[in-house]
Design a protein around this ligand. Structure first.
Ligand SMILES: O=C(O)CCC(=O)C(=O)O
Length: 367
């Protein structure tokens, strides 16, 4: 999509999305407002990515190096390569899938998922097809998306949060408003998704619900989170964007988001903790409680926090002896900016929580 994206494009895009999610249907005045909050894709640049991460801002990149190991000449070859890697992955358990008009949970074998994606008759949306340590890694490299990620290669009690997963969605797939514990990345091989994002608490204060934060548990199960596009368009933190072939999204975890699949999509997504976002993420976890703390027993917290501290301490030690290029790969030069930004923007409760926690040593990284 070019930088000449205009009002008509905005109307067309949201018009198409509203066929799946009626709450994003827009009038002309709303289209005018929305045009200002679109995030346009920019050419990938690692420094820019870390600078945005340090400030807690969303980035969409084009020309991020493809995670596909085999570079084929045409897009259709890419796709068949990915699909056969899924079918032949050896994954035997059934994959949790949002399916049908009401986006209910169903479970399918990987072979059934591939068939359904190819036929494009059923609505499916998969964000839980973990590819680490499966044969899919022969086709898709996880290295590029995780080379700065403290969660990769961490102890098991921490590394599961990374959730390196294939994203397999038919057109009209839908993920309702929710928030994740970590900043997340998503690389698109084919297809197109529309993402709407806003700061979680700002949204809740304005009446925009969030599945995770509010534990919306209403019958019938098809009930959706309350959302009003006019309210969304007025929120200072509101932003939206599409993710399209070859593009890669990096989005902070303090944004609630809902995602509408506009064109059949194959991609790879994961969550990350890195030096430029660790303070922002940890302070949010300490104050708001992450989703994993709601779902898991206290014993997980007792393992996870010390393991995290040990992981970043060891990594810092190794990196202090490494050359500048390696330090740059891990985003070390952005630690100072991220701490300064956090000090100016964090809530008083977040600052107090870090100061009183086992993570208070991070504050000294900027000196
Ligand atoms: O692709 C989707 O439908 C949802 C993805 C998402 O919400 C995420 O990766 O956090």
């Amino acid at each position: 999509m070019s930088s000449t994206f205009n009002l008509q494009d905005t109307r067309k895009l949201f018009g198409k999305a509203s066929q799946t999610d009626a709450t994003v249907s827009i009038t002309d005045p709303i289209a005018h407002k929305l045009l200002k909050s679109r995030i346009a894709p920019v050419t990938y640049n690692r420094k820019f990515m870390f600078a945005r991460m340090a400030k807690g801002e969303t980035s969409v990149f084009k020309e991020f190096k493809s995670p596909l190991r085999l570079q084929h000449k045409s897009d259709s070859n890419h796709i068949s390569e990915i699909l056969s890697s899924i079918s032949n992955s050896g994954i035997e358990h059934k994959i949790r899938t949002r399916a049908g008009q009401n986006h209910q949970w169903r479970y399918y074998t990987v072979q059934d998922l591939v068939k359904k994606w190819q036929r494009q008759k059923a609505r499916i949306n998969v964000t839980d097809l973990h590819l680490r340590d499966t044969a899919i890694e022969k086709t898709i490299s996880t290295r590029l998306l995780s080379e700065f990620n403290l969660l990769s290669n961490a102890p098991e009690c921490l590394s599961w949060i990374e959730m390196m997963t294939l994203v397999v969605s038919s057109a009209r797939g839908f993920s309702d408003s929710h928030s994740d514990d970590c900043d997340g990345s998503n690389h698109c091989f084919t297809g197109k998704k529309l993402w709407l994002a806003w700061e979680t608490q700002e949204g809740i204060n304005a009446g925009l619900e969030d599945l995770d934060r509010q534990m919306v548990s209403r019958a019938p199960i098809s009930a959706k989170c309350a959302f009003d596009i006019e309210t969304f368009a007025t929120l200072p933190s509101a932003h939206w964007f599409t993710v399209e072939p070859g593009q890669t999204l990096f989005m902070p975890g303090h944004f609630t988001h809902k995602v509408i699949t506009l064109e059949p999509y194959l991609g790879v997504g994961s969550f990350y903790l890195a030096f430029p976002n660790i303070l922002r993420t940890l302070s949010r976890w300490l104050v708001q409680k992450p989703n994993w703390e709601h779902l898991e027993s206290r014993s997980l917290k007792e393992q996870l926090y010390p393991a995290l501290k040990n992981t970043y301490t060891q990594k810092l030690k190794t990196l202090s002896l490494a050359n500048h290029k390696t330090q740059e790969k891990w985003g070390l030069p952005f630690i100072r900016d991220s701490i300064e930004h956090w000090k100016s923007n964090a809530l008083a409760t977040e600052i107090a929580a870090i100061t009183e926690s086992e993570f208070d040593g991070i504050l000294a990284w900027s000196s």
